[in-house]
Design a protein around this ligand. Structure first.
Ligand code: ADP
Ligand code: MG
Ligand code: MG
Length: 477
């Protein structure tokens, strides 16, 4: 993301110094709670390790950092607006749900819940809009959106602990003035405030907040940061899986969600965003939760609003203007972050884009309707797949996107048992947004912090959970 090299770049070539700093950094990370459970023992905290992180912060140009913050409330508004627009969702996803079973299943629940009528009246959105800095043909850096995550956007907890870690490393390297420039950041606090407010508006003192969690809970510490903020406010938190909901939950006559004798006010999903999260019972559990009066974060409509296909539809001329007709400035701010996005729907336009991508695969990223990293196709793989499916409706389950090309900068990616070696890296900046709607009224709309993730350039795809990117801290100059 570097527009100019960081002031410590030369030090990164001093291997003994780097080795010493890395050892100090790891211990500081552990002390700060930049933690993850191990792959071998994902459901026990007996032995834990540090979450992977960069040895040093990465430069983010201040104008672009501010731009990303400035557009976050617009994105919150946009996501909420889409989630309430049945016609838009129906139209945007019509082709996709014919060929993508996962999106189709989500859509089926969406329609079923609408048909019955929503019992829910308070809506909580927690999202993270992700960006990279594109160098552009003329070398002018521009902020370009990668995607927006409307479900289970993670690392808002651990990222609040990297500023002190990176300040420490900078001090160790004799860069104490630079250390002072590292910004504080605490998305977990803002996320928890959102959950707390939604819980309050739900209006039952005895009700609990349920974190819906995966079977494998490696990233539990990130979630605990939010949970603990809620406990501090005397809000009870329980952690359950879809399986528990299937076996033990029910709706009462007012469609209150009850589980083990407790009423659930808010369901916060840290699961449920990929096909492997679901079997038949889990889909039933999801439906039960969606039908309930509980505040779902997100509700199924908002999850659908975060699909790659919707992102592509938003880039169509006039789409944003139709969704936000009275918000010209917001529309302009949002559109400025878009890069080229292309539909592969059947028809002439789609045919043309398939041909262009096959001829120049390095220009694009091919994306299926998936979350969690590691699903996109690039280069030769992209070309081969498109050649195979170019005449089949299967192609409509993908979207095509211009590849964003940030300028690499050098850093060390520290991970347990990993080798210490210098790498050319690129970063992705995410801004967390939180909003609450009660009936038709937006009662809260905020940005609550940021996340910087960095990976070696040779990895085209993948986040921190996927084992590719690592946690970083922006050095905003
Ligand atoms: P997911 O929902 O699985 O995280 P993303 O759209 O964020 O899907 O893609 C995963 C990763 O692929 C991103 O974190 C980024 O590293 C890379 N990526 C995605 N889109 C682009 C793009 N247009 N240009 C360059 N890299 C991209
Ligand atoms: Mg995503
Ligand atoms: Mg992503």
């Amino acid at each position: 993301m570097a527009a100019r090299p960081p002031p410590w770049e030369a030090l990164l070539r001093d291997e003994p110094l780097v080795r010493e700093a890395a050892a100090l950094a790891v211990d500081r990370a552990l002390l700060e709670g930049v933690l993850m459970r191990t792959e071998q023992e994902a459901n026990s905290s007996d032995v834990v390790s540090y979450a992977p992180f960069t040895l040093l912060p990465s430069v983010v140009p201040s104008a672009l950092f501010e731009q990303a913050y400035a557009v976050q409330q617009d994105f919150n508004l946009l996501v909420d607006t889409i989630s309430r627009n049945e016609e838009f969702l129906e139209h945007a996803l019509a082709g996709t749900i014919k060929v993508d079973d996962f999106t189709a299943q989500l859509f089926k629940i969406y329609k079923q819940v609408l048909k019955e009528g929503l019992a829910q009246s308070v809506f909580l959105g927690i999202n993270r809009s992700d960006y990279m800095v594109d160098c552009g043909a003329d070398g002018t850096p521009a902020l370009k959106q990668i995607e927006i995550n409307t479900i289970a956007a993670s690392f808002g907890g651990l990222t609040s602990r990297t500023p002190s870690l990176h300040r420490h490393v900078l001090r160790v390297l004799g860069k104490s003035e630079e250390a002072l420039k590292i910004l504080d950041n605490n998305p977990a606090k803002g996320i928890a405030l959102g959950i707390a407010k939604a819980w309050e508006l739900y209006g039952s003192d005895r009700a609990v907040v349920m974190f819906l969690v995966e079977e494998s809970q490696r990233n539990i510490f990130d979630q605990r940061c939010i949970e603990n903020e809620l406990w501090t406010r005397n809000i009870r938190v329980i952690r359950r899986r879809f399986k528990d909901v299937f076996e033990k939950a029910s709706l009462d006559h007012d469609r209150r969600l009850c589980l083990e004798g407790q009423e659930v006010a808010v369901v916060y999903y840290r699961e449920g965003y990929m096909p492997k999260n679901y079997n038949k019972q889990n889909w039933e559990a999801r439906l039960l939760i969606e039908r309930s009066k509980a505040v779902k974060c997100p509700d199924i409509a908002t999850q659908l609003a975060g699909t790659k296909k919707v992102q592509q539809e938003l880039s169509q001329p006039g789409a944003l203007e139709r969704l936000l007709p009275t918000q010209a400035e917001a529309v302009a701010r949002i559109r400025a972050t878009f890069t080229g996005l292309y539909s592969l729907d059947m028809g002439e336009e789609g045919d043309k884009m398939v041909a262009v991508a096959i001829a120049d695969p390095e220009r694009f990223v091919l994306k299926p309707q998936r979350e969690g990293g590691g699903n996109n196709l690039y280069g030769e793989e992209l070309k081969q797949l498109l050649e195979k499916i170019k005449d089949s409706p299967e192609r409509t389950s993908y979207i095509l996107m211009d590849k964003i090309k940030p300028q690499p900068s050098v850093n060390y990616l520290l991970r347990a048992h990993g080798p210490l070696k210098i790498a050319d890296c690129i970063s992705e900046l995410g801004i967390f947004g939180v909003y609450i709607r009660q009936g038709k009224d937006m009662v809260l709309n905020k940005h609550v912090g940021h996340l910087l993730r960095t990976k070696a350039v040779e990895h085209a795809d993948g986040g921190v959970a996927a084992g590719v990117a690592v946690l970083d801290t922006p050095y905003v100059i």
